[in-house]
Structure formats: structure tokens, C-alpha cells
Design a binder for this molecule. Sequence first.
Ligand code: LRH
Ligand code: MN
Ligand code: MN
Length: 430
Amino acid sequence: AKELPLSVDQIESHNAARVEALRDEYDSLGRALGRRGIDIDAVKARVAGFSVAVPSWGAGRGGTRFAKFPIAGEPTTIHEKLADCAVIHQLSTVTPRVSPHFPWDKVRDYAALREEAAALGLGFDAINSNTFQDQPGQKLSYRDGSLSAGDAGVRAQAVEHNVECIEIGRQLGASALTVWVGDGTNFPGQQDLAKSLDRYLEAAAQVYAALPDDWRMLLEHKMFEPAFYSTVISDWGSSILAAQELGPKAKCLVDLGHHAPNVNIEQIVARLHRFGKLGGFHFNDSKYGDDDLDSGSINPHQLFLVFNELIEAELNPRDGFDPAYMIDQSHNVTDPIESMISSAEAIAGAFAKASLVDREALAAAQQANDTMLAFLTLRKAYRTDVSPILAMARMEAGGAIDAVVAYRDSGWRARKAQERMAVGLGAGIV
Ligand code: LRH
Ligand code: MN
Ligand code: MN
């Protein structure tokens, strides 16, 4: 039986007070879209079928390398994190899966964890491995690299951890492993740039060999940080070359914050798709680097253009197009539940807007080299306020019309502040 975290009655009365205004806005938008030849109910149905996973690590407050400022009632165990993720999904209705990170989310009994999540209405998405930190009791250090380390013992340990993540993922019902390694250097000459990639490829092939048939291995590239001179899998070029060498189950994962400034990410999306290697996303936003800010808070237009390419990809599928969508954010100054509710809406909104693009008009304008008309075709979709569609889809799925307001009214965080152990005082593995 499902044990949803928030009172259904409370959400219903929240909606009852707002549904009349929503219907009015929805009908008005429906008429406007109808004049453009778009059926609003069809768009709503598409939105209802859209989902994005939330990261277990995003449920806790993030921080910087300078400081972290916890909030009262913040989750510290995977169990508490799952409960918060269930709140996000119950209100937003677009985040039915959680992407876990190991060993951060380590427990003794994964079958029980899967059941616990299912009871909350949640499943598990891609498993994230972690060979970028040392853990207490770990035999060898990742200080000088993991899958690409010069030391064969360290590489073997990193492979073993990834294989264990696959095993955990099987028990959780996941079917993808996301591998991001921070391996790289801080000084010219520190490592042989060619050989470190060779070592990575050889070790990654051992992880790949352990993948079940229906699994995918998602290679996540990142330009820099923690390494500040060179990184082994630094860009989409290194990523796609590695994925091509590993085999068909290896795909590339695009984290929106992991590129050089001003890089045309939507074009990267189109390129990766062209070669059947677009495997997944980590959604966030950034101003300077891997800032992990809330999706769509800095550059919502880029998010829209990324989804525009994703819809082009969906319409022109190649090699099992089925990208894993995940949020990857660090909530340093907000309540993570509020951030993820609002980010999930921004992501679903970008998807909805991109779905409104008149593809025929766009293709015709492109064919005629009518630059302005092509641009305005995109602009028209981008300018459309799709929030009544999102809210209606949410309400119909049992969520809240104004999800952040409903969350605040629920008193969830204040209740948890009474029940939960303060950050830093929690138990280890539970
Ligand atoms: C690396 C990264 C990667 C990690 C996560 C915590 O910057 O984006 O996805 O797993 O952050
Ligand atoms: Mn990421
Ligand atoms: Mn990152």
C-alpha cells in the first residue's frame, strides 16, 4: 500500500480554491493555441507523460568548498531523502524516480530500500558511482585518479566499485550506471595525456563488460574541477570517442554545467544524437562553471533550445533514443524540496514549449533560407506561457496547482525539524 507523505485532502482543498481560475486560464490558452492549430489537450497529454528523476544528493542542502549551511529538518539518511523526494513527486507529479549515488546512499538491504521507495510512489533511475572521493576504510586512495590511475590496484578498486554499483542497481530495479570521474591533473607534465586516456578506456571496458544486457553505461564528461589543468573525460568529444570504443550500451550524458563557457550545448545534443550516443542529462543551470544552480533560473532560453533539439531527436530517432533525464543541482540557499519542485516545473515547461514549435513551418523556413521566419517560429513557442498546461496536468495527476505554496502550507519541513536528527549528528550506514 502506498503511504504518500502529504495529506491528499489538503492538496485537494488547495486545488479547490484555485481550480476555477486555472480553468479560465487553461481555456483561454486553449483558444489561443487552437488558433495556431494546436490542441491544448494533446499538449497536456504529452506533458503528463513527461518525467525527470531527482538526485538523492539534491534532497540535502548543498554547499561550497567554503561552507555549508544546513537547514532544520534537512534529510541526512537515504530514507529521509526518499521521503522528501516523495513530497516533490506528490506535489509536482513529474519526478517519479530517484537517482541514487554510492556509497553516499549505502544501506544494508537494497530489496527493502526498493520496497520503501515503491511504497512512497517512487522508483530508481540511473545509479551514480563515486570514485572521486576517498571513503573511510577504503584500501587505496583516488588522490591520483581512479579509472585512469597509474596504479593498477587503484584502477581495479575503481572498477570493482562500479561493478558493485551495477549489482546494487539491479536490486533497486535501475538499468543505467552513470560514470563521472574527476580524474585529471593540475600541472602540465603531471601525467601523460594519452596514456591516462588509454588506462581509462581499459578500466571502463571492464565495467562495461559487467553490464547486464538491458543496461546502459552513461559517460558524464566535465571540463574541469576538481582537476584544473586537464581532465581525462573533459568534453563531449572525449566522451563520444570513449562511448564508441566501449560499445553500443555506452552513451554520453550531458550535464548542462560541464562545458566551456558559451559552448553551444544544444548543438552538442544534436551531434550526440546524430551518432546514436545521447544517453542522458543532468539538468541544472550555470553562470560561471559547474554552479549547479536551479534549472532554468539563469538561462531558460538555453533550456528551451536543448529541448527543441531533444524533440527533433524524438521525431528523428536513431539507435534507441531514450535519454535518462535527471536533475543534478546543489541547493545552497533554498529549501531543496522547493528548488526541485520549481526546477522540475522549469524542465517540464521547456519540454512543453519545445513541443509547441511548428515543425513544418520551421522546416519550410529553413528550406527557404528565411532566417527571420525560422527564428520567429522558435520564438513564438518560447514566448508561450505554458504554466496553465503544467498546472492542469499536475492537478489531474493528484498534484498541487501551486506546488510550492502547497508545500509551504503542508508544514512538512517544520514537522521534520522536530523529528529528524540535525545534520552531522546522524548515524552512518542505516
Ligand atoms: C560532477 C557531478 C556528477 C556527480 C555529481 C555529484 O560535477 O555533476 O554528476 O555525480 O556532480
Ligand atoms: Mn552531474
Ligand atoms: Mn557537476
